[in-house]
Ligand binder design. Structure first.
Ligand SMILES: Cc1cc2nc3c(=O)[nH]c(=O)nc-3n(C[C@H](O)[C@H](O)[C@H](O)COP(=O)(O)OP(=O)(O)OC[C@H]3O[C@@H](n4cnc5c(N)ncnc54)[C@H](O)[C@@H]3O)c2cc1C
Length: 461
């Protein structure tokens, strides 16, 4: 049995993976490029938050940490849409009792690191992976503080060092048929802040994810524990308007007052934040293979970086850990003397997760158009209403695509993608029904969906 496992990167996924493996009895060491984030101070109101949903929750529950995470999670039951004309609309995310959670990335990562150490994982901070020598099973590190070089023997290594993974690069360079695809969208993002009110109160409804859809771009806001909201502006790099054209504080102020009318006045540090906070890019990374014999695997963003529009990157990485753990269970008894068949485990891990990683990458890109444009479109909203009504009456026949991805961990991402394509084809036909705007609650609509479902020879879309 291989007892020693090395993990590169103590981000969200690497830290969780280490807990899974340590609990199975492995000697786990993580090497993390950054210093210990528990010792760094984060300015108030600057916490960057993520939406944690059922797939991630299931993976956290499996290692018994969800109860702790719940303490730092703010449930968001729906989308609160702020239209350009000043009107608002609220769309529940799912059925009664279904919600996603706003969690601070820093708080969650710190909790995972604490728990990893409490379980006995050794974490070496400031150690940047430079490269891996796969022939010698050696990882080379450079200390970010002292510049000291070290080499570490590792029979089994997981690369969880994020979208710009050094582990992946070194794997690629020592592979003669490595597939690699990197795609940047023409939009970047910038984080901005709505601080808490004078008495620490939330200035927008805290139970929702707020969206300001504006056609070609959008802003969203998620609540933080301290009463503030972190806003993210997803905006074109070039064109009019774009990051390129908002070049002065005056232009930014005017633009926000005109475009995000109800919120500009809630952002007292808008102009400073706009020019202080970075403009970051959004990338999708697909690659193959993710593994190397029984010695190496990529996991999390290092294997599948995706754009954030479905709020699934971390959830997907957490699910990777859950799936890997279930495969270790499955193959525990395959070899004599308590040996674990890592070759089989990693082969199956890759075979299961690669199609799911590709699927969520596509779903995430599609959801950008939905969020920035369609959520404000009455026809789209009508379609969602029809779907919700049908799904409520025939839950065994129709789970809305958003719910499949977000609230249905039993449905693989790859199946959710296939189902969503089928469902959209059906809804395209339904929306052609004469006067659908007025008679969508009539029997004809339901019958049409039922007949199209039968025609598709599928009992569940
Ligand atoms: C704007 C934005 C919003 C998002 N919103 C959501 C959301 O709502 N929900 C969701 O599920 N996901 C969301 N995501 C995606 C989520 O952030 C990622 O999927 C998640 O952080 C992946 O975790 P990871 O551990 O794989 O990588 P990371 O979190 O990037 O961690 C990688 C770690 O490896 C370390 N590292 C890097 N290079 C080296 C090296 N050479 N040697 C050693 N260590 C190294 C890094 O310092 C870091 O600690 C969002 C992403 C973005 C950009």
């Amino acid at each position: 049995m291989k007892k020693e496992i090395t993990i590169i990167g103590a981000g969200l996924v690497g830290s969780l993976l280490s807990i899974y493996l340590k609990k199975r009895g492995y000697d786990v060491t993580i090497y993390e490029r950054r210093g210990d984030m528990r010792k760094a101070t984060v300015a108030a109101g600057r916490s960057i938050n993520l939406a944690l949903s059922d797939r991630g929750i299931k993976a956290l529950e499996e290692v018994g940490i969800m109860e702790e995470v719940k303490k730092i999670a703010i449930p968001m039951h729906g989308r609160y849409i702020h239209n350009a004309d000043g009107s608002n609309a609220y769309q529940a995310y799912g059925a009664e009792g279904q919600f996603i959670n706003s969690v601070s990335r820093g708080d969650l990562n710190r909790k995972l690191i604490d728990l990893a150490e409490a379980n006995g994982v050794q974490i070496n901070f400031n150690e940047k992976c430079d490269h891996i020598d796969f022939k010698k099973n050696e990882i080379h590190f450079i200390n970010e503080v002292s510049q000291h070089l070290t080499t570490h023997q590792s029979p089994l290594t997981f690369g969880s060092d994020g979208s710009y993974s050094a582990a992946r690069l070194t794997h690629q360079l020592q592979h003669n048929r490595f597939q690699y695809q990197q795609h940047y969208i023409d939009f970047g993002y910038k984080e901005l802040t709505i601080p808490a009110g004078a008495n620490g109160e939330y200035l927008l409804d805290k139970d929702a994810l707020h969206i300001w859809p504006r056609g070609n771009y959008m802003m969203i806001a998620l609540p933080n524990m301290d009463g503030s909201f972190t806003c993210t502006l997803f905006f074109p790099f070039e064109g009019e308007p774009s990051f390129n054209t908002l070049t002065t504080k005056e232009k930014v102020k005017l633009f926000f007052e005109k475009t995000f009318t109800n919120v500009a006045s809630l952002m007292p540090t808008l102009e400073e934040d706009f020019f202080t906070n970075p403009t970051s890019s959004l990338v999708t990374v697909k690659c193959f293979p993710w593994i190397r014999d029984d010695k190496f695997a990529l996991i999390g963003d290092a294997a599948h970086a995706i754009v954030p529009f479905f709020g699934q990157g971390m959830n997907c990485g957490f699910e990777d850990c859950l799936v890997l753990n279930s495969l270790i269970d499955k193959h525990m008894e395959d070899l004599p003397n308590g040996q674990v068949n890592w070759k089989l485990i990693l082969d199956e891990y890759q075979a299961l997760r690669k199609p799911d990683g590709d699927a969520i990458a596509e779903l995430a890109l599609n959801n950008f158009v939905e969020m920035r444009d369609k959520v404000g479109d009455p026809i789209f909203l009508l379609q969602k209403k029809i779907e919700a009504a049908f799904s409520k009456k025939y839950p065994e026949m129709w789970t809305p695509a958003y719910s499949q991805v977000t609230f249905s961990p039993k449905i693989r991402y790859s199946d959710a993608l296939k189902n969503s394509i089928k469902q959209q084809a059906i809804m395209d036909e339904v929306m052609k029904i004469k006067d659908i705007e007025t008679n969508w609650q009539e029997e004809v609509t339901e019958e049409k969906i039922l007949s199209l479902l039968k025609f598709n020879k599928t009992s569940k879309a």
